[in-house]
Design a protein around this ligand. Structure first.
Ligand code: HAS
Length: 551
């Protein structure tokens, strides 16, 4: 019986489970990037694809494969590896749950991609009604969500057994963070599961004639904003618990890191209306309340920024750096395991600032549904999160496959990071700018071209195309690196870096692991923020929409 012995290396069986997830994740990244490149070429009229493959179909494939598949598989693979590394070899049920969840998610993913490729689900990754996809697309989404719940259940089980075996002990930081991430995901996905099961599937099978659009979008955004923190928190796990080891420093504060994750659980869910500020049918009071809660969810990110700066400065000082900023030089800029996530952190400064602008009700009137928002999430998830995931992959893939991260791959990975930053500077920079001029998002060239100002937007279109092409080259380079690290790099043991706590750091209060308390407050906040507006949407629903059948 495994007694939760910690080893420096993830158990081989557990490594296989994580690698299965990372393989699907990077495959989805590659396919999603191809869809991204093609959509740019089709949208600008440069290319006409066979079988009438259109812009919106490619945009749906791009969003689903990158926003949902690449991220979810990477996160579950990374969290399982982290839990195994810090609580010991997976027990039987957690590992089995991991595989059951993987197979269910993968069946759902394959079914969903087939529906998109057959042009039976050209509804974009947010699948807004009244656009109606094939019922099999919604069934595919259900399989992915239920599969991820099973995987999350496996992680909860592993954590529970470890706590039983180590009574009264504080759980390892990474395993606490992994459980918090999956708990946030579980609570958030309830919204989209209810909407898909009780609205979209009956409606698309024709069992009901109409759908309450406002209710379906509200349930989506109940899920949609915490979705971004489901993406962000694994990046924060790397920034808080792994980067300090890579830079030769210590974790600044265990309790601050755990408190940040608790605050994300509490405040990331009751804020979905900030995606619906321009939507009719929701009273201004409830929009205002959820904007206030949105500004609460900014606090753990600001705490993270502070904690990271402290970690970097303390490490630099311990290495003898003097002066206000000399510690900056002491950071291991040539180490891809640090350089990629660090570029992600730096990008997150403007990215987060953009989020604050989005959330500011009056400013949102200017940016909503423009390319500004597209620019925002190409900085947040497609840079801060993606670059951190790439940085994790550079050591995690060789660690899991029993190989070494060679100096040659370090150099290529640093080049990949620079290409990504340059490409995103052009693409996201142009999106932010032209979005401020009112350029709409999610519009194919024809409608876009009819806009009276479209002529003035052409330079920004060119900048986006240049940026997108550089990003595509960066993806090809990333694929080469990951295949090399997984299959061809020299055999050996690549470290799974885990930071130690700084001397003198405060003892972590046990209350931070009081799950009943935090789940209770989370549910109370959700009920407070959503009960009345949801009742209102159902009681005073306008006549339901028949919708537009796209399949
Ligand atoms: Fe957002 C739309 C508001 C964060 C992703 N967001 C989106 C969409 C996506 C997305 C995908 O309020 C589009 C959805 C769609 O398709 O319609 N967002 C926010 C706010 C935050 C935020 C307030 N977003 C994210 C993150 C994402 C993400 C994270 C993905 C991972 N977002 C919005 C709003 C909309 C929106 C509205 C709807 C717009 C509309 O009208 O449709 C906050 O969480 C941001 C807080 C973060 C900060 C930055 C802290 C900085 C840190 C790094 C420090 C750097 C260091 C480096 C330490 C305040 C932590 C060291 C440096 C040295 C020099 C040593």
């Amino acid at each position: 019986m495994n007694i939760g012995k910690i080893s420096e290396v993830v158990d081989r069986h557990d490594a296989k489970l994580s690698m299965a997830h990372l393989t699907v994740s990077f495959t989805a990244l590659f396919l999603g990037a191809i869809a991204g490149l093609l959509q740019t070429l089709v949208r600008s009229g440069t290319v006409t694809l066979p079988a009438g493959i259109g812009y919106y179909q490619l945009l749906t494939a791009h969003g689903v494969l990158l926003g949902l598949v690449f991220t979810t598989y990477f996160i579950i693979g990374f969290l399982y590896a982290g839990i195994s590394r810090t609580t010991g070899k997976l027990f039987d049920i957690p590992r089995r749950a991991g595989w059951y969840g993987f197979y269910m998610m993968t069946i759902g993913t394959i079914l969903g991609v087939i529906m998109v490729l057959l042009n039976k689900a050209t509804v974009l990754y947010t699948f807004y009604a009244p656009l109606q996809a094939s019922p099999w697309f919604y069934i595919a989404l259900t399989l992915i969500i239920v599969g991820s719940w099973i995987s999350g259940g496996g992680m909860f089980r592993q954590y529970y057994i470890w706590k039983k075996l180590h009574k009264g002990q504080l759980s390892p930081l990474i395993s606490f963070m992994a459980v918090m991430t999956m708990l946030l995901w579980l609570i958030a996905t309830i919204g989209v599961a209810v909407s898909v099961l009780f609205q979209f599937i009956p409606w698309s099978f024709g069992w009901v004639d109409t759908i309450n659009i406002l209710l379906s979008r509200t349930l989506f955004w109940y899920f949609g904003h915490p979705l971004v923190y489901f993406w962000l928190l694994p990046a924060y796990i790397c920034w808080y618990a792994i980067i300090p080891k890579i830079i030769g420093g210590k974790i600044f504060s265990d309790s601050l890191a755990r408190l940040a994750f608790v605050l994300f659980l509490l405040f990331s869910i009751p804020v979905g209306f900030h995606h619906q500020l321009l939507e009719s049918g929701i009273s201004p009071f409830w929009k205002y309340l959820q904007v206030v809660l949105t500004f609460m969810v900014i606090i753990p990110s600001l705490m993270t920024a502070f904690s990271l700066f402290a970690t970097f400065e303390l490490t630099g000082r311990e290495k003898g750096s003097k002066g206000l900023f000399r510690w900056f030089k002491e950071l291991p800029w040539k180490d891809a395991r640090f350089f990629a996530p660090m570029m992600g952190m730096l990008i997150f400064i403007p990215a987060g600032a953009g989020g604050i602008i989005n959330a500011s009700n009056q400013l949102n009137q200017v940016v909503h549904n423009t390319l500004w928002v597209t620019g925002h999430f190409h900085l947040t998830v497609a840079s801060s999160v993606a670059l951190t995931f790439f940085g994790i992959g550079y050591w995690l893939v060789p660690h899991l496959t029993g190989r070494k991260l060679t100096s040659q791959m370090h150099k290529l990975a640093n080049i990949q990071t620079i290409l990504w930053v340059v490409g995103m500077f052009f693409m996201s920079g142009a999106m932010h700018t032209v979005g401020l001029f009112g350029a709409p998002r999610r519009t194919s060239y024809t409608t876009y071209n009819d806009h009276p100002d479209a002529l003035g937007w052409i330079p920004y279109e060119v900048a986006m195309a240049i940026g997108g092409s550089i990003l595509f080259i960066a993806i090809l380079l990333l694929m080469y690196i990951m295949v090399n690290l997984g299959l061809f790099a020299p055999k050996g043991v690549e470290e799974f870096p885990i930071g130690e706590l700084a001397q003198g750091a405060e003892k972590t209060p046990a209350i931070l692991e009081n799950w009943k308390l935090w789940i209770g407050i989370t549910v109370a906040l959700i009920l407070f923020a959503y009960t009345i507006p949801l009742i209102d949407m159902i009681q005073h629903a306008p006549p339901g929409s028949q919708g537009y059948k796209l399949w």
